[in-house]
Design a protein around this ligand. Structure first.
Ligand code: GRF
Length: 213
């Protein structure tokens, strides 16, 4: 798939989005960001997208009575961009099974921990409190579970700080390296989801989740 289209969902700063914008510009990703969607009109990532000339969409979840209505609106809006892939990058909403079904196999998320350790929020704080020696990131296909979908890739680091801010910064650097790579693998047809299994270049990828602590 050359020149494949991907949409990026954000709720905040969008440093991962920026890494993707840069990677596309540097032709490290052979695709194009067709739209950036946010549930938060104040997300700084929207400014990053506008600066890069990428169409933006804001859909405020507070305007909807329930998750399905919000998700249906997103599906409707996305239809005009026909994305081959949707990339969640700090999107702070849980997607309904309805949305996950429509984009099954075309939905990636990045999580700041070595899943299955530390699903949910505040991962850096929890890692430091547990005195873990190793921390990292996970990119996975999204299914109906929270941070539990089939894993595509992980990257880790040795913890050398007790500062949450410093650790977060180090983790971001890993994210900015790995996410564009994984997106490119998908765009080149190397990475696929079939059922609940991930295939890389036709071979089943078995990543049970690292626990190096
Ligand atoms: C990242 O750490 C990502 O793993 C998590 O949310 C954060 C988003 O950061 N899901 P940014 O908005 O890309 O800077």
């Amino acid at each position: 798939m050359t020149d494949f289209l991907f949409a990026v969902f954000i709720s905040g700063n969008g440093s991962n989005l920026q890494a993707m914008i840069n990677a596309v510009k540097e032709k490290k990703v052979s695709g194009k960001i067709c739209c950036v969607l946010s549930n938060n009109e104040e997300a700084y990532g929207l400014i990053r997208a506008k600066k890069a000339g990428i169409p933006t969409e804001v859909i405020n979840n507070d305007d909807f009575d329930n998750r399905e209505d919000f998700d249906n609106e997103m599906i409707k809006v996305l239809a005009k961009y026909e994305p081959d892939l949707i990339v969640l990058a700090g999107f702070m909403r849980i997607l309904s099974p309805l949305f996950v079904k429509v984009y099954n196999g075309k939905l990636l998320n990045i999580h700041p921990s070595l899943l299955p350790k530390y699903p949910g929020l505040n991962t850096h704080e929890r890692v430091l409190e547990s005195s873990d020696k190793v921390h990292g990131i996970t990119i996975h296909f999204v299914d109906d579970s929270i941070d539990g979908g089939p894993i595509c890739a992980q990257s880790s680091l040795k913890i050398n700080t007790s500062s949450v801010v410093e650790l977060e910064d180090q983790i971001h650097k890993l994210e900015h390296e790995l996410y564009p790579k994984v997106i490119n693998w998908f765009g080149e047809g190397l990475l696929k989801l079939s059922g609940d299994k991930v295939y890389f270049d036709g071979k089943e990828l078995i990543i049970k989740g690292k626990d190096e602590n």
